[in-house]
Design a protein around this ligand. Structure first.
Ligand SMILES: [Zn+2]
Length: 179
């Protein structure tokens, strides 16, 4: 038996596609990307302890609110190297003062309700670069950091320092960023 070469190539391509679809089923691939590609760090000073709160009525639902006493004015740091793509102020609405950093591979992080913003669009940042301070701007009822990890624009379950935080509930995290 002799198969035409193009037919063999086609069969190989179909087999490869089927194999990849098994490896990365729709819905799971987004989370896998953020875990596999980048070591995203807690966005605070070394040694600071924060409560990472997740809840089903959060928008987007997979966002995290970082809370602690004396949150106001604490330094907010980039979770990983990247480029600043958004430095915006929505006034009393939604995120208020917020920043988005692009880490490549479709991965971005978002930091909202900031009191101050100390980077500009186009800036390159490193892990731990100070980008602003914690505030209560926008639709916020008290000082905290609203934080998102996104893959291709959609919020995913947050992983920090290689550890998945609890959904839904509270996780105590001690920042090891810049230690
Ligand atoms: Zn929030």
């Amino acid at each position: 038996m002799h198969f035409p070469r193009t037919l063999i190539r086609l069969a190989a391509a179909v087999a490869a596609a089927l194999f990849l679809s098994v490896l990365a089923p729709a819905g799971a691939s987004a989370d896998d990307l953020s875990v596999a590609n980048i070591n995203l760090r807690t966005p605070f000073d070394c040694g600071q302890v924060w409560n990472a709160n997740t809840r089903t009525n959060h928008n987007p639902q997979l966002s995290v609110d970082f809370q602690r006493s004396s949150a106001l004015g604490q330094r907010v740091r980039s979770s990983a190297p990247g480029t600043v793509t958004t430095v915006a102020n929505l006034g009393n609405q939604s995120y208020g003062r917020y920043i988005v950093i692009n880490h490549g591979s479709g991965i971005t992080t978002l930091y909202a309700h900031l009191q101050t913003q100390s980077v500009s669009v186009g800036d390159s940042v490193s892990t731990g670069t100070v980008i602003g301070t914690v505030g209560s701007t926008g639709g916020s009822t008290g000082p905290h950091l609203h934080y998102e990890q996104r893959v291709n624009g959609s919020a995913v379950r947050v992983v920090l320092n290689g550890v998945a935080i609890r959904y839904y509930g509270n996780t105590t995290i001690t920042s090891s960023t810049g230690c």
